[in-house]
Unconditional design. Structure first.
Length: 230
């Protein structure tokens, strides 16, 4: 085996924390980008930078902490340590790391500045189109004569949950939206709820509210055609 080839097993082990951290952090990224209806991660440069950061930092931390340059034996203990580093990287970020006599806040000095750049790139890519879309949705809701059918659908939609999130308070928000008599205030409440709908369900939800085909075809031509054939 070449010298480079002899490092491959250790590189593979060091990749475990990075890959696991991407999986864990992707849930937080999706929540942060929930209001971006056209969020397609693989097509956005900022997401690739975000993924690189989420991969390299825990992988590099694991490599340095367990001194893989010394080529330790690859056994189940090393693999377990790699797994725990990946799953616990958020906890590690929130603690100070001792390097000799000095302490380093990895989150403040390295992680957050890099991730802010990635988020800025994502926002730059998505913000304009998302703002146009939600403005057009609001304008259509403002002019609709009847909204109960859409609200009835949202009530059923948010009732079906696998992992309840009490902090979202969907039931109370829906009740308030139904009872509001002031149309602008009601529309703002509905918009807030629509932004919580999963992207793949958004087209059908907007159809339930009576949004026009022109709006749906403009922003979701492929999804709208697929939904229309069902």
């Amino acid at each position: 085996m070449t010298d480079w080839g002899s490092w491959l097993p250790l590189v593979a082990i060091a990749a475990i924390p990075g890959l696991l951290n991407i999986l864990v952090a992707s849930l937080d990224l999706d929540e942060k980008c929930r209001e971006l209806p056209f969020f397609r991660p693989l097509r956005i440069p900022g997401v690739w930078l975000w993924a690189l950061i989420q991969f390299l930092l825990p992988a590099g931390l694991f490599w340095g902490t367990f001194d893989l340059n010394a080529r330790p034996a690859i056994d189940h203990i090393l693999v377990l340590q790699a797994i725990l580093t990946g799953l616990g990287f958020v906890t590690i970020l929130n603690s100070e790391i001792r390097i000799g006599a000095e302490s380093l806040n990895l989150k403040a000095y390295l992680y957050e500045p890099l991730v802010k750049i990635a988020f800025w790139l994502i926002e730059s890519d998505q913000k304009g189109k998302a703002a146009n879309f939600w403005t057009d949705v609001k304008n259509e809701l403002d002019t609709m004569g009847n909204l109960p059918a859409g609200l009835d659908y949202l009530e059923q939609y948010f009732t079906i949950v696998v992992d309840p999130q009490p902090d979202k308070n969907y039931a109370a928000r829906l009740k308030d939206a139904v009872e509001m008599s002031d149309r602008p205030t009601q529309v703002r409440a509905i918009m807030s709820l629509l932004k919580e709908v999963n992207r793949k369900d958004l087209v059908y939800t907007l159809k339930r509210f009576g949004c026009t085909e022109q709006l749906l075809m403009t922003y979701f031509p492929h999804d709208f055609r697929r939904r229309s054939r069902k």
